[in-house]
Design a protein around this ligand. Structure first.
Ligand code: SF4
Length: 327
């Protein structure tokens, strides 16, 4: 089966300057990432701030240029940014940002913004536009009387619902959600996540769900890719990742997710801050914080390799066969 979306060996380097006249320093934001998303499934991408997950999300949609590697959608190479082919493809791939207020235009009503993709892509006759907007608002739990409101007249949760309705307007096959609930109150987060899950099933959508919050990802993702300093360090089904994480970084992240009946003492506390991407540690980038690092970890970068149970991990210590993992 051809995946809906496939990324092969993606890389992106930024040049940053510490001062106006300072020397530009290359920062590798995404470093050799390969992944796939099948139609109708959700891939969760998790990691701390600075792990490169948001840059990766934008690269998957072609919004951030790919410097090396390929992105394929329905088996075809993604067209270049801002070409007519790319614009046509963007109708099938949408992005939901973290901050709905920044994503919406404060001067336009909610209904006009939800209907924007219909106009941009010329998707339906003008006379059917109002009915389609009403349908989209109902699908995300917005009331008809909210159609003529402006973004600042809605709550944070309602604004994010409007952004999601706009993303659904063009009947996309894929949505990339970048921290879509992290700016919302905890009580609203669950409602929006449940709504996304329902909409995904109804519309047979594929989703890339980017988040630093594993509790949220656990509830929504079919598979999970864990990123550290621009690389995937472990990838498996959500069930396998949360049941038996193998990479020490994944173990620390998973142990921070509260489990009813499980004592907090079993939590693995990560030492230190995430390293500066402009000053990447040698070998395994996680070695300064890893409780089981070996000498080889300081000099040799571990490759992402299959370790059984349909999962991959990049670690010198993680055993490479199913028997070892099960033991
Ligand atoms: Fe830790 Fe070494 Fe594995 Fe990196 S390769 S996670 S430093 S054991």
């Amino acid at each position: 089966m051809t995946p809906l979306l496939q990324a092969r060996d993606l890389a992106r380097t930024y040049q940053i300057r510490r001062s106006l006249f300072g020397k530009a320093i290359p920062v590798r934001a995404v470093d050799g990432v390969s992944l796939f998303v099948n139609a109708g499934e959700t891939l969760g991408i998790v990691g701390e701030s600075g792990s490169g997950k948001s840059t990766l999300g934008r690269m998957l949609l072609g919004i951030d240029p790919v410097q090396s590697g390929d992105v394929l959608f329905e088996g075809k190479t993604m067209p270049k940014l801002a070409t007519p082919e790319w614009r046509a493809l963007r109708a099938k791939m949408q992005l939901v940002y973290q901050d709905p207020l920044a994503a919406l235009d404060r001067r336009l009503t909610i209904s006009s913004q939800i209907g924007e993709p219909l106009d941009i892509h010329g998707l339906i006759p003008r006379e059917h536009r109002a009915a389609r907007v009403e349908e989209l608002m109902a699908a995300v739990g917005l009331r008809p009387d909210q159609a003529d409101r402006f973004p600042h007249e809605l709550s944070g949760g309602q604004r994010q619902r409007a952004v999601i309705a706009r993303a659904l307007a063009s009947r996309p096959k894929l949505i990339v959600c970048d921290e879509p609930v992290s700016a919302l109150d905890v009580s609203i987060q669950a409602q929006v996540v449940n709504m996304l899950t329902d909409l995904q099933a109804q519309n047979k959508l594929a989703m890339v769900f980017i988040s630093h919050d594993l509790k949220v990802v656990r509830n929504i993702a079919d598979r999970v890719a864990v990123m550290y300093l621009g690389r995937i360090v472990e990838e498996a089904s959500s069930d396998v990742i949360f049941r038996s994480p193998q990479h020490p970084y994944t173990q620390a992240l998973v142990s921070s997710v509260p489990v009813p009946g499980k004592p907090l003492e079993s939590r693995v506390i990560l030492q230190g801050e995430p390293p500066n991407p402009a000053n990447r540690p040698s070998g395994c980038a996680f070695h300064p914080r890893c409780p089981i690092a070996l000498n080889v970890c300081r000099s040799t970068t571990p490759e992402l390799r299959s370790i059984g149970q349909g999962r991959t991990a990049a670690c010198h210590v993680v055993p490479g066969d199913e028997a070892a993992i099960a033991a």
